[in-house]
Design a protein. Structure first.
Ligand code: HEM
Length: 143
């Protein structure tokens, strides 16, 4: 019998399924942006987004589907993407990275995911978040 700790989240679409598929990820992204828009702790990163916040929700939800091993919904609609490059024009330092990860971890905590998957997902998201911070720092240093 398998337990949560034995589920290989990185394999196939196990993570996508653990997140509740497309509907689960859309719900997560809605919680994330609702929180970002209404909590002053996240005002700096909220203000960085373009005015069309619906499009930002759609892009992040679609990206997460493919990133977690599900259908490649981002590239189907928007084409290919490199996460650090997509943020290179932004002023993202430790502070903005921490806002993003805090906002996301609070949104993840609200979801009906298992505790193991919540922890796994946040560990995984910390990797591209750090890559974004590094890319933005490199862009600032080279002008
Ligand atoms: C490190 C902290 C992060 C901050 C402050 C941040 C902030 C932003 C902002 C402001 C935008 C809108 C950019 C624009 O249209 O001008 C954006 C776009 C996006 N972000 Fe992030 N982000 C962060 C990390 C991440 C991570 C870790 C992921 C993925 C796991 C991600 C996925 C995306 C995607 C898919 C888009 C849409 C890109 C596009 O289609 O152009 N972001 N982010």
């Amino acid at each position: 019998m398998s337990t949560d700790t034995e589920i290989p989240y990185g394999k196939g679409d196990a993570s996508f399924q653990a997140a509740g598929g497309v509907a689960g990820l859309r719900q997560l992204v809605d919680s994330f942006f609702d929180r970002m828009s209404s909590d002053a702790r996240f005002a700096v990163i909220y203000a960085m987004h373009p005015p069309d916040r619906e499009s930002s929700r759609d892009k992040l939800a679609r990206f997460l589907c493919g990133w977690l091993g599900g259908p490649k919904l981002y590239s189907e609609k928007y084409g290919s993407i490199g996460i650090p490059r997509a943020h290179a024009h932004l002023a993202i330092t430790d502070s903005e990275k921490n806002q993003w990860l805090t906002c996301m971890s609070e949104a993840v905590a609200e979801q009906p995911f298992t505790p193991e998957f919540k922890r796994y997902l946040m560990e995984q998201l910390a990797v591209p978040a750090e890559a974004v911070r590094k890319r933005c720092a490199a862009v600032r240093h080279t002008g």
